[in-house]
Design a protein around this ligand. Structure first.
Ligand SMILES: Cc1cc2nc3c(=O)[nH]c(=O)nc-3n(C[C@H](O)[C@H](O)[C@H](O)COP(=O)(O)OP(=O)(O)OC[C@H]3O[C@@H](n4cnc5c(N)ncnc54)[C@H](O)[C@@H]3O)c2cc1C
Ligand code: SF4
Length: 466
């Protein structure tokens, strides 16, 4: 149970961020990893509570055995701790970088919670560094073939487990690199791409076959016993204004993809924010990633518009612990914008009323308008609140409305009212040999939820194949 007085003796210390001035000069990892001593001390703070909410449904969707591996880490048994972590977590190096750590918000220590995410990252990176992570080749094969469509976290987690269960797995991915949003979406500074590539190489060594640059077509999947659709929820929500086709208006994931391609190829991005006034529509995590990326590309200014009011500083009575706190967070990109510009880039209760263009069809500015809620809960524009903003690059990060229609059409499938392929019985089985998982089944969510869902789908397919 860690140290009996661990949380009293040791204060919570997360892996620190590199300072703003330094990290804005590159796309390298935001954080500085701490060593064994610091991690063991942090693990000592875990109290092995009678009811460990961290691993309950309120906490980790993978139900990681958090108190157990924290205890082993505290005692210096790193290899045993890693084994315990890998019982439930397929890729701790991904969650160790990008998970919002639902487990920590559900920790009994509340704001003083244990640094589970950093501890998890330390364990897996120690495993790689010490050579404990080696390809696990299944002892026997079942002779069953499974195609996994999409190589995001849900597809990778499903492929990993199906392969370990002895099935022959092919992952079909339309992009030129595997990883889904882990590769092209989440920026390099949050998740360095060599970490994604390292896992793909390991999975290949374990027998998983990756077919890249290949869009899945049902006619070409005849030879598979089961097909798992993990295509994500990648249809972006648009703005209901004219000139959305103007040059300099882009959806966030397209922009972030171009930025990552440039980082990987060490060349200039084909769509750079350099010297431009950037406006990001959407105050969520994707919007924040756009802010951080635009600043690194050398934008002249960055503003973030959010239609909702600013969240409260503290939990409200309707949002008690151990629920995820719906409170104001100032993420790394916003911190960097404050450092660079001297003010918070976020403007709340505001949207775009009009995109202004120049004579060459390029965006030149925006007319914004304030929003207010009607008693029925609808948003309405506040008359006379219009303002003009300079804008050379408009990035739309207003959320996602479901899976791509092209894939639905190809497979002759119909999504539900929220754009999801979610079977009515709550399972992963759509029809015949078709299954779904991840954001495609549940709507845009989190990496850790996609991993958990991919593993659940794999178990269901395994049972069905038997
Ligand atoms: C910018 C951004 C930042 C984010 N940051 C975080 C974060 O910090 N932490 C976090 O927990 N979550 C984050 N998320 C959410 C998280 O990335 C997703 O919830 C997760 O990636 C979903 O995984 P998935 O496997 O379901 O789908 P995806 O990751 O979307 O992968 C789907 C894959 O399927 C492929 N595909 C689709 N159709 C076909 C087809 N017909 N044939 C072949 N391939 C196909 C796509 O090319 C893609 O590679 C972020 C999301 C975005 C957009
Ligand atoms: S995956 Fe996320 S929620 Fe689960 S233990 Fe790791 S940091 Fe916590």
């Amino acid at each position: 149970m860690g140290s009996a007085t661990g949380f009293l003796d040791t204060v919570r210390i997360e892996n620190p961020f590199r300072n703003e001035a330094e990290r804005l000069g590159d796309f390298e990892d935001l954080h500085i990893a701490q060593g064994c001593e610091a991690r063991c001390a942090q693990a000592s703070r875990c109290m092995n509570c009678g009811v460990p909410f961290c691993q309950s449904d309120f906490g980790c969707p993978l139900h990681n055995l958090i108190p157990e591996w924290n205890d082993l880490l505290y005692r210096g048994q790193e290899r045993e701790a890693l084994k315990r972590l890998l019982q439930t977590a397929p890729f701790p190096e991904f969650t160790g970088h990008v998970c919002p750590a639902l487990c920590e918000k559900a920790c009994n220590l509340e704001n003083d919670c244990v640094t589970n995410r950093d501890n998890e990252l330390y364990l897996i990176e120690t495993g790689f560094a010490k050579g404990w992570i080696q390809p696990r080749i299944p002892a026997a094969r079942t002779g069953k073939r499974v195609a996994v469509i999409g190589s995001g976290p849900s597809g990778l987690a499903a492929a990993d487990l199906l392969n370990q269960l002895g099935h022959e797995v092919t992952v079909i991915e339309k992009a030129d690199r595997a990883g889904g949003l882990l590769m092209y979406g989440i920026p390099n500074m949050k998740l360095p791409k060599e970490i994604v590539e390292r896992r793909i190489r390991l999975m290949e060594a374990e027998g998983v076959c990756f077919k890249l640059n290949t869009e899945a077509i049902p006619e070409e999947l005849q030879g598979y016993d089961a097909v798992l659709l993990c295509g994500g929820a990648r249809r972006p929500r648009s703005l209901n204004v004219e000139h959305m086709d103007a040059q300099g208006v882009m959806f966030a994931v397209d922009y972030l993809t171009a930025a990552t391609r440039a980082v990987i190829s060490k060349s200039a991005s084909e769509t750079s924010a350099k010297d431009l006034d950037v406006v990001v529509v959407g105050g969520g995590d994707t919007g924040n990633d756009c802010v951080g990326t635009a600043l690194r590309q050398g934008c002249a200014s960055v503003t973030q518009l959010e239609m909702m009011p600013a969240p409260p500083e503290d939990r409200t009575p309707g949002n008690p612990w151990p629920e995820w706190p719906r409170t104001l967070r100032t993420d790394y990109g916003q911190v960097e914008a404050i450092f660079r510009q001297g003010s918070d880039p976020r403007i709340y209760e505001t949207t775009v009323k009009q995109i202004l263009t120049d004579e060459w069809g390029h965006i030149s500015g925006l007319e914004t308008v304030k929003l207010q809620r009607t008693p029925e809960g609808r948003f309405e524009q506040v008359a006379g609140s219009e303002q003009t903003l300079k804008c050379g690059l408009l990035l739309i990060a207003a959320g996602f409305v479901g899976c791509e229609e092209r894939t639905l059409d190809r497979f002759a499938l119909k999504a539900d009212g929220r754009g999801r392929l979610l079977p009515e019985d709550g399972s992963h089985h759509l029809e015949g040999r078709l299954f779904s998982a991840g954001d495609m089944r549940n709507g845009q969510s989190l990496v850790v939820r996609a991993l958990a869902d991919g593993r659940n789908a794999a178990r269901e397919i395994d049972a069905w194949l038997k």
